[in-house]
Design a protein around this ligand. Sequence first.
Ligand SMILES: Cc1cc2nc3c(=O)[nH]c(=O)nc-3n(C[C@H](O)[C@H](O)[C@H](O)COP(=O)(O)OP(=O)(O)OC[C@H]3O[C@@H](n4cnc5c(N)ncnc54)[C@H](O)[C@@H]3O)c2cc1C
Ligand code: FES
Ligand code: FES
Length: 1461
Amino acid sequence: MEGSVEGSVEDLSSTLFFWVNGKRHDLKHDKVDPEMTVLEYLRQKCRLTGTKLGCGEGGCGACTVMVSSKTRSGELVHKSINACLAPICSLHGTAVTTVEGICSEKALHPVQQALSDSHGSQCGYCTPGFVMSMYSLWMNRDHFNESDIEDGFDGNLCRCTGYRPILDAFKTFADDVHEGRESFPAAGHACNGRKKCRGKEAAYEGSAAGEWLKSHDAEAKRLFDKLPSSLPPLHYVGRHLGSPVEWYSPNTLIDVLQIIRHHHLKNLPLRLVVGNTERRIEKFFKRNHQYPLSLLSTSRVAELLEMHWEENGVRIGCSVDLSTVLMSFEEKANEFRRANLEWKRRILQAYVNQLRWFAGTQIRNVASLGGNIVTASPISDLNPLHVAAGCTLRLASLAESVGEVSYRDKRLDKNFFTGYRKVDVRPNEVAVSLFIPFPRDSDEFFFGFKQCRRREDDIAIVNAGMRVKLSGDIIVDSCFSFGGMAPFTICCPALSTYFAGKPWSREIIDGALEVMDKALHLPHNVPGGQAEYRQSLTQSFLFKFFLQVSASSHRLSSAVQPGEESCLSHLTNNFVHEGVRGVQHSCFPSGTASQEAKGQAGQSTKHMAGDLHVTGKAVYTDDMPLLPDELHCELLVSTKARAKIVSIDASAAELVPGFVDFTSAKDIPGVNWVGSILPDEEVFATSQVYCVGQPLGVVVATSPAAAKEAMFAVKVAYEELPAVISIEDAIHERSYFDFGPALPHQTALTVGRVTSERHRHMDKAEALDALMKELSEDDNVAIAEGEIYLGGQEHFYLEPHATRVEPGENDEYIVTSSTQNPSKTQKLVSMVLGVPRHKIVSKCKRMGGGFGGKETRSCFFSAYAAVASHKLKRPLRLVLDRDVDMATSGQRHAFLARYKVAADKTTKKLLAASVELFNNGGWSTDLSVPVCERALFHCENVYFIPNTSFVGHVCKTNIPSNTAFRGFGGPQGMFVCEVYMDHIARELGTTREALAHENLYRIGQITPYGQELDEDHVFVMWQKILQTSDYENRRKAIEQFNLANRYVKRGLSIVGTKFGMSFTKTFMNQAGALVHVYQDGTVLVTHGGTEMGQGLHTKVAQVAASAFDIPLSAIYISETSTDKVANTHPTAASVGSDINGFAVLEACRKILEGLGPYLSRCRTPQPTTDEERISTLAKAATLAHFDRVNLSANGFYATPDISWDWVKYTGKPFYYFGHGVACTEVEVDALTGDHKVIRADVLHDVGNSLNPVIDIGQIEGAFVQGLGLFTIEQVVFNNNGHLFTKGPGTYKIPTALDIPRDFRVSLLPNAPSKSSTIHSSKGVGEPPLFLGSSAYFAIKNACYAAQRDALASLASHSCKISGGGLSQGTTRTLTNGCESDEDTIDTTDCASTNGHTSLNGAQSELQTGDPPSKASPLSPPYFRMDGGATSERIRLSCWDDMNVRVRKGDFDAARHWAPLA
Ligand SMILES: Cc1cc2nc3c(=O)[nH]c(=O)nc-3n(C[C@H](O)[C@H](O)[C@H](O)COP(=O)(O)OP(=O)(O)OC[C@H]3O[C@@H](n4cnc5c(N)ncnc54)[C@H](O)[C@@H]3O)c2cc1C
Ligand code: FES
Ligand code: FES
């Protein structure tokens, strides 16, 4: 056997065994590929598909399972882990529990029940992961608090719910559950019949589920008792794609060293593994593994698992997992505190604080200390701490005389970290333990820092460890270590030299910052980008360190000046955990809810698939069992942004075991040119490629792993051509799509209306220009002109694109896919195969989220797979990996806007607005034209502006085709509007909120596209939210807070939304349905809409339940399918319930026409129970059937009274409007750019809700998705058109900690839709998303407050604040576009730089020499801050001495796709 070793390791046991949900699995050699992950094993071998694949890189938590094992001392340990990273062999001797293993056919586990009952699942794809994280907590602890629960989900993402209902559900088990909160009616049932809603034990009390739970626990205990506490060493041999792979899991250090030596001597490749969190990523993404390979796990090696507390420090084994380090350090730190040894805990506490923000719980549960050190990532969170603390790593190797271990101690310093991911560990060595010293005495201080894009589960942008030792007040020793500032962890010796011998005082800070500026300088084009931000962070950290140290000692505390205390609280220091609170209000429409059967229209009933979601039984596309003969595909995509294809050579792929075929353009039997609207995309590229990610073909193989391997083996030669990547490039090249076919050859489209008689005869844009010119000459008119950019957004649905194509007889095909658009899927498959549509059935049962990303792009993936299926005559599936999904399937369109707006200085009324919009469409049109149209329709948002001209262009670039995303351009248009409102408000000397209030639409006013408004709900809700949010008082309190705090600022803002409901293409506003009544009184409904988590099926079923007067339980919706309801349109534009609900109602009415007389005969005068109602329908249906009455009908609905003609510019594009208002408060750490949302009040108009609890869920989910768009989410392309942000590791959606800490959501009561809508309800999917922008504008208000302090400092001649506020004489740059290298303030007017106004107003005030008083603070002028408000943008907008020092120019405006790679 290759690679076998001699000596004591010869008798390694060769059977891998573990338990899955109580069942033992024994795997002899070659039964399993040792490179297989636990997730692959569960899904592929055990058919346990409840555990989901969301990302495959440990970043989403969808794959969470619980692993139980015993330590050597016999202690039982339960860990939640990411099954997508864990190797199957790591399970040896353990028990895995999946979501299917914690319930029975009849009973749900309380964790599952609570989540389902509290509406904690929408699409349900993330749900099993949340359940298993909570279950692990449940198994580990008898008692937990709300904060334990909130912290417990730092490794789980949800894109649908906005997290609040998930947290609320699980908090019902907390001992300190917040009582007395007003909760949403249906959410109150979370206790599920338990006597009390508090604590874990309550779940056992009383109910039948409690009895089941006791037996479940007993069963689990019997299993856990069986787990071994010691195991013989394991040597397992298997094959990975035909190549031998061996897994060693020894128990002793000597065995480890012998295995290393054996491989070393024979030159056999060997990799060490502990948590596998780093190695799996390397294998998967960097593809730096070669086979044959041996994997040596050190997870069970006694010497590497020890932890010894010594007098002057702690020695920790390198295989100890980070959760254990965190817990043990926390315990010890508390012990020191109790012993009044506060100083002794400083280093331990810094580790605890840093580890809290290290990855998520599931990663920390397995990731090792040694793995982190030896991986030597430049942004390792722990290495800067090790370096600054002066830690020593103990390395072991085998001495010449066999059997003796020789040790080497190595200080972790610049001689250890020698290069990018290079460390001084020799090939024959293993890292055994790390020694972390305690501070030497009470005069030694230590702190750690980390700043990332998102607080939870994110890698650092910059991190640091800082230590200083004083003697008296004199600095005698120090060390400052940084991550993120070089290819490896570095020290800043210049800083230590500078500090040496100086007294600890504020006076030293200025000089220190100067030293850092030079020593830690980054060039503008530094890999990773963000040069200015990263440098400014190092300075902020130093300043924070200075304050922290000063505040830690009574002797030094006077160095902390008033107003600086609040910035002592940082992510990694004194972080205050604030639990999520909130209320959700709704009103039932006045009526007879109590008399209705359960679940009828208008009632708050839970998602029909809720129980399936929480138990993992809900079937998604890739969960379908494999058909006999089924194959797997992998997409081969372009790696060039624009190039000629010279050759494609698949010969090497053929050598990969399992390879079946390479399908390309020549195999397409039908047409190769298809498209979402226009046929401008090749299915598989033939001669040229137009973006990175464009498909060239599919590789087909017998397993997903083989298909992937073979795909990488295909060689493509290109001849590169110049490419257009950004909007600016496109404007420069005039690279635009036209607005055909209605407006062929037209590359600009205008929405607008000029009411001025003098200009009416002119073209809209010209008229507006002429009017604007006149207005700008009027002294009573304020004008604001500028440019703004809002980046794109990744859908990040938790379920990536997936499709399965199944050929049948006579060219029949069944295509089952995760799509919002079954009919377009059918159409594209029909086109590429040249098979008529009546032979193609396109189905979708459910999606794990869509958000527009599966409106058109999903159809293409089915078409790709169909070509291969047709060629091979075999069923096959194509499931995209997360990175491929993100890099190929398009995103929300980024927009650039140029605007000019005029307002009356006296009345504060808006007079005119012109906007020129550019969106980045990508390489094909897809839906970019209608997205642009919708943006143009929303550029005035909620304001009446008598004169408008909004012109749009769709930029043709060489990035993947951008596509629909919740809001479809509307949020981008409204964002531009609110930006110009902010700008003109500043010109008028008022706030955006005050100006908005003056200009809100009223009933009867006309939009720029001529639609008269019949509702003014935003005006009504604005008044209401001013009261309910206590706006005025809070605004004043924030003003006071900001005056009292220099580096922590708060902001409050209100934003409204008016969203046009209807597809702007009139013909798409139609829907069909098919309804069958059966003789047992149950009803099967099919309609054209698809279920992506939004609760559409539930709402539509409620409509049917009301129609037949039966409970919801008697209605079933199985799937959406083109053979049941044909010629459907995508489920989009928030009209799903409106149009499908009406179509179903129409079908029900048709059936009731025939059934009515029988029902009258069968009905008892007063039906009282749901069962009686079903029984009545059953009797009537049976009688009708015997009388040969049709019990099936189809229904059809076309939205009336809408039309739009672009050429004539006439019609009514929207049937009605959805409205909402949000008031949001944020807090910003001006030194780092970190922010938190303190409170959000949302009031939304859904008419008479069809299902209030589902609508509230949609509002919360959309708000949080909007929060992501307008704050932390950032799509980054590099200059070559490669998407950098293509996974959860680099692209950050909000986590549970990012949602408003106080989240109050209400539905506008007593506001039935004025238009004739289904049960007078309104659509809700998209409108609330824009309300998330209230956080952006609140952040901006906080930044204004920081700028005001900076200006105040400058204005005051006696304002020298060393290291803190702007000290006069050192200022260089104050605005995003205006730079002066002078030592004093440049007072020349720099308003025109880059087209946005800047300091001129404030500077003229400064010139007067009047120091600003606290009573009448300076009001900083408008400044440009592109969206979203990332930590970088926030930090660089909050002026002070530190960021002014490092900023070298306009940091962002010209770099919308910051080169990060
Ligand atoms: C989703 C995710 C989030 C992450 N977040 C963070 C974060 O916030 N901060 C951060 O710093 N890192 C983060 N990481 C990186 C990673 O988790 C850590 O570096 C982790 O500590 C690695 O430990 P491991 O046991 O999983 O290493 P493994 O993957 O098992 O091993 C990595 C390599 O380390 C070497 N190695 C391991 N043990 C030894 C030893 N005893 N002697 C010699 N060599 C050894 C081997 O070469 C091995 O190949 C993250 C990773 C993921 C996947
Ligand atoms: S699939 Fe494992 S964390 Fe995303
Ligand atoms: S319900 Fe969480 S991702 Fe859909």
